[in-house]
Structure formats: structure tokens, C-alpha cells
Design a protein around this ligand. Structure first.
Ligand code: IPM
Ligand code: MG
Length: 358
């Protein structure tokens, strides 16, 4: 690429601005980028009355990649159906940018296994990827109030299921490359109750023969939730619809003991910009104190480099630097065990920058 890649930064709300500013410094240590900071979420509601303006959506569509901090906070919490909500900005971006595939890798950092709520022998070896369908299902179906009732509708088409199933199979293949182990996809649905799930299971089964090297099994979502805590290390790729993916990815994230460590990528059609963001939220309770954990956003920037800019080497440099600072014992308050003295956002960032310079 001759010109510097253009990255739209959407710091958002709560700790978002702090962790995105830190991540910008990490990216700057790796090369030239053109950054374009924009408002999205609660901050945009305050300024423009809507969580996502057309102008910001257009800027995101025209960028090479988008890096998001977090959106939302108690200031904008409401059950009034007419009032704008920060989350609408995120949903608007997903739909407007066509980001149908959400990748949420879960791999506990070896230095942090003790932070897991699960016993070490249970969590050991866990390395899974949740592939969540992101632009369909109940999130985007017809919804509304009818007198004293309300409804949300779940709809899926064959085409929507097929394209996310392919992302699941391809990801499993890619992850297993050179590892000597057989790739596996677990498709999660509620086919014993829901018609959309029966279609889901049928279509995933129909796509599977195109990937004869990938093992496929199907789990009902309630069973999957249980298996995730009882035998997490046996999962490889989990592919599932929007709402189940929302729930199972938080459950998977907690397996590692720190939601504060996990990155995500939301991808659309080949060649279109992706959106990269930490899985954790805006943490309004710690915002503005200089103690937010920036590591999940650094790791999201690594996903941006790998999936968005095809710079896998730079991605690995960030990931190794994060591993190294954890090995050295640096912990932000959310990661610190009793008796460990935590560092703040700046100190953590400086440590990662010095690893990158080493
Ligand atoms: C997520 C979040 C969002 C979702 C919210 C903020 C709308 O929970 O990215 O998982 O439900 O998709
Ligand atoms: Mg969620």
C-alpha cells in the first residue's frame, strides 16, 4: 500500500476515549496511518441527537478500517421507545457497513489462567473462536409495541446462513493450518423449538460437504451454554446466529477471567472495511480515572492489522508485546489479584510501547 491506510477512530463513551487514544499510540509505533476521529454512541446523541450520523457512516464506509472503543452508559439508559440509544449507533454501523461476520477469539493468556472462575485444569488448553452472525435474526427483524404488548421477530434467509457458515468453516480451516489437528465447527441453534434454527441446521449441513476436512457437530444453545463451562477446551469454532452469539460470546469471554482482554472483528464483504473493537463495554464506573485496561483494544488493533490491512506480522508484534507485559507481571486493576499492585492505562501502554521498540 503506497498511501497510509485510513483508519476511522470511534472512541465512543466511558473508557472508550482513553483506550482508543492509547491504541493510537501503539499503531503509530508500527507505521504511518491517517486517523480520522469521529463521534458515535452517547457522545453523538449529546452533540447531534442521534447515535450515528450519515456523515460518520459514510466516513466509516470510505475508510480502510474502523477502530471502536465502546458505547453506552447510564446517562443514556432508557426504556422510552422514542428516545435515541447509543447502541443504535453500533447496530446502524453493522447494518450500514454490511458487517455480517463477528469473530470473537477466546484464548486465556497463560499468565492469567489463575484469574479464570474455572479451575485451572478445566480452562487449560482453551482456544476457541465464536463466529457470530451479526446483521440478521431478532436484532433486525420487525419489532414494536401493540397496545400493552410488544414483539420482536427472528428471521433468517438461506443466503444469510450460508455466508456465515462459510466464514465458520473457513476460519476453522485457517486456525488448524500447520497445527496437525483436525479443524472442527460446532453449529449452535435451537432447532428443537425454532423454525429459523431448523433452517439454520439444514443450511449449515448443506454447506458442510464443501469442507470435507472440517468436522461438524450441532448443539442446542442451552446445551452449548452448559458445555462451554464444563469442557471449554474441546471447542474449536462455534458458529451461531446473532442473539445466541451475543450471549455465548460473553460466556466464553468470562471463561478467561477477564472480559478486559478480548478483542473482536466485524467483517463484511471481501475488500470492504471491517470494524474492530474490544468485547468489553464502556465501563462508566472507571471512566476518566486513568485505570482502564487498554489491552483488549490493542489486541483489536492487532485484528485490524491482520484482517483489515493484511499486515499479519504487525499483528503478531502487538500480540507478543501484550503477552510479554503480562508475563512481566503488569496488571491493570481489573486483572490484578489480591496483593498485586496494579498499574494504570499510561503505564501499561508505555510497557507495550517499550516491548515494541525492543
Ligand atoms: C455486543 C453488545 C451489543 C450487542 C450491544 C451493545 C448492542 O452486547 O457487541 O455483544 O448486543 O450486539
Ligand atoms: Mg454482547
Amino acid at each position: 500500500m503506497s498511501e497510509a491506510p485510513r483508519i476511522v477512530l470511534l472512541p465512543g463513551d466511558g473508557i472508550g476515549p482513553e483506550i482508543v487514544a492509547a491504541t493510537r499510540r501503539v499503531l503509530e509505533a508500527l507505521g504511518e496511518f491517517e486517523f480520522d476521529g469521529r463521534l458515535m454512541g452517547g457522545c453523538s446523541i449529546d452533540e447531534h441527537g442521534t447515535a450515528l450520523t450519515d456523515e460518520v457512516l459514510d466516513a466509516c464506509r470510505a475508510a480502510d478500517a474502523v477502530l471502536l472503543g465502546a458505547v453506552g452508559g447510564p446517562k443514556w439508559d432508557t426504556t422510552d421507545p422514542e428516545a435515541p440509544r447509543p447502541e443504535q449507533g453500533l447496530l446502524g454501523l453493522r447494518k450500514g457497513m454490511g458487517l455480517y461476520a463477528n469473530l470473537r477469539p477466546v484464548r486465556p493468556s497463560p499468565a492469567l489462567v489463575a484469574a479464570s472462575p474455572l479451575r485451572e485444569e478445566r480452562i487449560a488448553g482453551t482456544d476457541l473462536l465464536v463466529v457470530r452472525e451479526l446483521t440478521g435474526g431478532i436484532y433486525f427483524g420487525d419489532s414494536g409495541r401493540d397496545g400493552d404488548a410488544a414483539h420482536d421477530t427472528c428471521e433468517y434467509s438461506v443466503a444469510e446462513i450460508e455466508r456465515i457458515a462459510r466464514v465458520g468453516f473457513e476460519s476453522a480451516r485457517h486456525r488448524a493450518e500447520g497445527s496437525g489437528r483436525a479443524p472442527r465447527v460446532t453449529s449452535v441453534d435451537k432447532a428443537n423449538v425454532l423454525e429459523t434454527s431448523r433452517l439454520w441446521r439444514e443450511v449449515v449441513g448443506r454447506v458442510a460437504p464443501d469442507y470435507p476436512d472440517v468436522e461438524l457437530d450441532h448443539l442446542l444453545v442451552d446445551n452449548a451454554a452448559m458445555q462451554l463451562v464444563s469442557r471449554p477446551a474441546e471447542f474449536d469454532v462455534i458458529v451461531t446466529e446473532n442473539l445466541f452469539g451475543d450471549i455465548l460470546s460473553d460466556e466464553s469471554a468470562m471463561l478467561t477471567g477477564s472480559l478486559g482482554m478480548l478483542p473482536s472483528a466485524s467483517l463484511g464483504a471481501e475488500g470492504e472495511p471491517g470494524l474492530f473493537e474490544p468485547v468489553h463495554g464502556s465501563a462508566p464506573d472507571v471512566a476518566g480515572q486513568g485505570i482502564a485496561n487498554p489491552l483488549a483494544t490493542f489486541l483489536s488493533a492487532a485484528m485490524l492489522l491482520r484482517h483489515g490491512l493484511e499486515r499479519a506480522d504487525d499483528a503478531v508484534r502487538i500480540e507478543s508485546a501484550v503477552d510479554a507485559v503480562l508475563e512481566r507481571g503488569l496488571r491493570t486493576p481489573d486483572l490484578a489479584a489480591a496483593g498485586e499492585s496494579p498499574v494504570g492505562t499510561d503505564e501499561m501502554t508505555a510497557a507495550v510501547l517499550s516491548e515494541l521498540a525492543a
